[in-house]
Structures are given as C-alpha cells and as structure tokens.
Design a protein around this ligand. Structure first.
Ligand code: NAP
Length: 248
C-alpha cells in the first residue's frame, strides 16, 4: 500500500513511543519521513528500522521547546527534503503534580513543549504546505485535555490548548487545501505511562470499556487515516482513540 507515495511527513518526538509508530506507519504508506527529536542517536535507530522495511527516513535534531531550534530544524528539513506536506505534532512531556505544589516552571515547561512547540513548528512549516496547496497537520492531544485529570493541570491545559489550536488552524488554512485535526489518545502503553503505579493503571483500566490499554500502533493508524487523501473532508476534528474511556 502506498497511498502517501510522494508525500513528505515530519513527525516530532519520533524517537520512541507514539511518534516512532507514526513514523513507521507513514513510511509504510509511502511517505518520506523526517524524524525529529532531541536525541539523534535514537532517531537514527528508527531511521534504520524504516530503511530496513524499504522506506525512506532522515533524522533531524530538533528541540520543540526552543524557537531557534525549531527554525533551524525546519530549515534543515526543507533544505534536505524540499517540502513538508504532513506534520505530526507529537513531541510531548508530562511534569505531573498537584496544583498546590506545582512549580511555575513545571507548568510553563509543559505548555512550552506541548502547546507552544506545536504552534511554532506549524508556523515554520505551513508556508511549504501553502506552496504545495496540500497539507495535513495532525496534533497529538490527549484524553486529559478533554476530561482533565488530577495532577495534570499543566498537561491537561496544554492538551486542551492543542484542540483549540487545531480548530483555529483548521479555519485559517482550509482555503489552502490544508486540513488540521487532532488525535486524543487515551491510555497508551509507552515510556510516558510506564511511570504510573500499578494502582493508577488499575483505576484507569476500570474506565476503559474495551478492556485493554491502547498501543502506539492504535494511534498511528488514526494519524495515517487523517493524513490520507481519503480524510480530505475532515478538518478541525478531534479523533478520540481511547477504547471508549471518554466519549465526547
Ligand atoms: P514518550 O514515549 O515519552 O516519547 C516522547 C517523544 O517526544 C520522544 O521521542 C522525545 O524524544 C520527544 N520529545 C520530548 N520533548 C521534546 C522536545 N523538547 N523536543 C523534541 N522532542 C521532544 O511519549 P509517548 O507516550 O509516545 O507520547 C507521545 C505524545 O502522545 C505526547 O504528546 C503525549 O502527550 C501524547 N499522549 C500520550 C499518551 C500515552 O498514554 N502514552 C496518552 C495521550 C497522549 P527526545 O527526548 O529525544 O527529544
């Protein structure tokens, strides 16, 4: 299957977890993928995996918490690959804590990486999509941005912000052939959720009607759909991929 043949996709946070799975899936569907994150060594391992499966991928050092790094990284990607038509804003962090004890720096770091980083990376790459008169932006939000979660005031705010960002971008760029959507994962088994206690995991499981945790491949399938030609009439939407944990 090569429904994305000829397209160039950039995935932030592509070195592991959901970002890695998205990169593998988009490459499998024929896209040339730009892998972006801070740890280039780990990106190189993903690039090698993609190449071994017959795909094309290149690694780019990019810190979404730094405007200069985003500008330099986007410039390097455009110089090397010519364009970017699919952007997956996936890089994200958590710094959980109860509000009464949350440091301002922990609040701001999470907003900076998850929300401001998505805004800045979009801003850097949207001129290329406008030139192509075709684009797909998929923002990785979270069920926490829809329902809120105790201990995640910073993270929940950043992920709710990404939904507002998605809708505003969708309205602003619809006339340019660019769609902008969000995917809101529920509980996905990755390094990010490995840190939760067994008790926390059990509580979460009791709220998942489908009776299992999600996988990074579950999210990658949704992202690949929203990036596809067939999803061309969908914009400003938030697609819940959460096993029924929250039905918006
Ligand atoms: P993960 O395993 O912790 O991976 C995070 C990725 O983001 C890594 O590749 C990391 O690479 C990159 N990253 C972090 N900070 C970065 C920065 N400043 N600049 C560039 N890259 C950065 O997380 P995950 O579980 O795959 O989550 C991926 C996305 O899905 C996140 O936005 C997360 O909020 C969202 N999500 C996850 C779940 C879940 O249950 N796992 C649920 C809902 C939403 P480097 O450290 O090398 O930069």
């Amino acid at each position: 299957m090569s429904s994305l043949a000829g397209r160039v996709a950039l995935i932030s946070g592509a070195s592991q977890g959901i970002g890695r799975a998205c990169a593998l899936e988009l490459a499998k569907q024929g896209a040339t993928v730009a892998l972006a994150a801070r740890n280039v060594e780990k990106l190189e391992a993903v690039a090698a995996e993609i190449a071994a499966a017959g795909g094309t991928a290149k690694s780019f050092a990019l810190d979404v918490a730094s405007e200069e790094s985003i500008k330099a990284g986007a410039k390097a990607v455009l110089a090397e690959l010519g364009t970017v038509q699919i952007l997956v804003n996936n890089a994200g962090i958590t710094k959980d804590g109860l509000v009464m004890r949350m440091k301002l720096s922990d609040f701001e770091d999470v907003i900076r990486t998850n929300l401001t980083g998505s805004f800045l990376l979009t801003q850097a790459l949207i001129p290329a999509m406008m030139k192509s008169r075709w684009g797909r932006i998929v923002n990785i939000s979270s069920v926490s941005g829809e329902t809120g979660a105790p201990g995640q005031a910073n993270y929940g705010a950043s992920k709710a912000g990404m939904i507002g960002l998605t809708k505003s971008l969708a309205r602003e760029f619809s006339s340019r052939g660019i769609t902008v959507n969000a995917v809101a994962p529920g509980f996905i088994q990755t390094a990010m959720t490995d840190v939760l206690t067994d008790e926390q995991k059990e509580t979460i499981m009791s709220h998942i009607p489908l009776g299992r945790y999600g996988t990074d491949a579950d999210i990658a399938a949704a992202v690949a759909f929203l990036a596809s030609e067939g999803a061309g009439y969908i914009t400003g939407h938030t697609l819940d991929v959460n096993g029924g944990m929250y039905m918006g």
